[in-house]
Design a binder for this molecule. Structure first.
Ligand SMILES: *Cc1c(COP(=O)(O)O)cnc(C)c1O
Length: 392
């Protein structure tokens, strides 16, 4: 089997290279050539408990050998357990289970529009923010402000508008122009360059939404589930949404997304209004329970804050020695390193040296290790990162 010409098999949507990955264990990934990689990309914030976590594997075998799928015309125990956990550990009253972050956002937009239409026929506009990323299907893509994602796929869904992130004055002016159903925002923009929302800005959005009956949606697909050292990123600001979307790490590596809502937002939703064949899949939900149960523990979250601080501290030390590093940004274990030049060669060099990192917008390199990362792993990763900077 030749592994090098696989690119001709796929639609060219990802620039992939190197031998296939064949195995994962804890913090490490192994490729078909036997090379080992310290995984600080975590499958883009998915494998929060690392690879092949023993409890995940155990549950996978247990649920996998009892029941894999039933239609959403029925219910399964793991769905009930997961919905209960999500409600117990958040602001929410009701849950819709789906398969991805994009699908969660798509549903959140639909719910918000249906709710807002109960006030006025014209109340369907949706506001999102510069540098945000909400997904690839037409609703979620229409909400994604970064133009390069939309280029060539226009026209977008009508009624979507973008305001500058963290700019209250311009945002409030834009909000006056139309009848808005929803404001959709990432409390910490990940793809967009690791941009933390300012508390005052978020408070202004919350207040405006309350005063004007607008649904405030937090996209916590990447920043939620313990990533920033609190279970939900919004806890840092003490400001709650009306709807929150969750996905990436939720299913422990199996596709799983969730829309968590306040009761009032979904009073108008009736059977048949929205749906999914696979959403709430018993296997995905069983793994979701394992992940959420573990990550929501106080001691686990405290450890994320401790290792997150340590990672930032180590990266500040690298910055002090390497002028190419301009800025360290982020919260908890979602840390961005801004560089003076395009960081692609640095990311590639790190991969050669056995460390996986991910790029983001604005010359940013994302460090988002599994939440189980240790100080020793961080020492190793930052040593490799420094070595890459020295060799370039
Ligand atoms: C990845 C991501 C999405 C899209 O999720 P998919 O599971 O890839 O569909 C949406 N919002 C944010 C903030 C993301 O990081």
């Amino acid at each position: 089997m030749t592994t090098l010409n696989y690119n001709s098999l796929f639609v060219n949507t990802f620039s992939r290279s190197g031998p296939p990955f064949v195995k994962g264990k804890g913090m490490y990934l192994y490729d078909a050539a036997g090379k080992k990689f310290l995984d600080f990309g975590t499958g883009i914030a998915v494998n929060a408990l690392g690879h092949a976590d023993p409890l995940i594997v155990k549950e996978l075998k247990k649920q996998g050998s009892s029941l894999l799928h039933v239609s959403n015309h029925y219910i399964t125990p793991s769905q009930i357990n997961l919905a209960r956990l999500l409600i117990e550990h958040s602001f929410g009253d009701r849950v819709f289970l789906c398969n991805s972050g994009t699908e969660a956002n798509e549903g959140a937009i639909k719910f918000a529009r249906k709710w807002a239409r109960t006030f006025s026929e014209e109340k369907y506009h949706v506001l999102s923010f510069s540098d945000c990323f909400h997904g690839r299907t037409y609703g979620a893509l229409s909400a994604t402000a970064q133009a390069h994602y939309r280029h060539g796929f226009e026209p977008m869904v009508p009624g979507f508008h973008y305001a500058p992130f963290n700019d209250s004055k311009t945002t409030l002016k834009l909000l006056e122009r139309h009848e808005f159903a929803a404001i959709m925002v990432e409390p910490l923009q990940a793809e967009g360059g690791v941009n933390v929302i300012e508390e005052e800005f978020l408070r202004n959005l919350r207040n405006y939404a309350d005063e004007n009956r607008i649904c405030l949606i937090f996209d916590e697909v990447q920043c939620g589930m313990g990533r920033t050292g609190t279970l939900w990123c919004y806890e840092h600001f003490g400001i709650e949404p009306d709807i929150m979307t969750v996905a990436k790490p939720l299913g422990g590596g199996i596709p799983l997304g969730a829309i968590v809502c306040r009761e009032e937002m979904v009073d108008c939703i009736k059977p048949g209004d929205h749906g999914t064949t696979f959403g709430g899949n018993p296997l995905a939900c069983a793994l979701g329970c394992v992940v959420l149960d573990r990550i929501s523990k106080k001691s686990f979250l405290k450890q994320v804050r401790v290792t997150g601080d340590y990672l930032s501290k180590k990266l500040y030390a690298v910055k002090a020695k390497h002028p190419v590093v301009k800025e360290i940004r982020g919260l908890g274990l979602l840390v961005g390193v801004r560089t003076a030049v395009d960081p692609s060669p640095i990311v590639m060099k790190c991969r050669k040296l056995g460390l996986l990192l991910i790029k983001a917008e604005h010359n940013t390199i994302r460090f988002l290790p599994p939440l189980i990362v240790s100080r020793e792993d961080i020492d190793k990763a930052t040593a490799i990162f420094e070595k890459a900077l020295r060799q370039l």
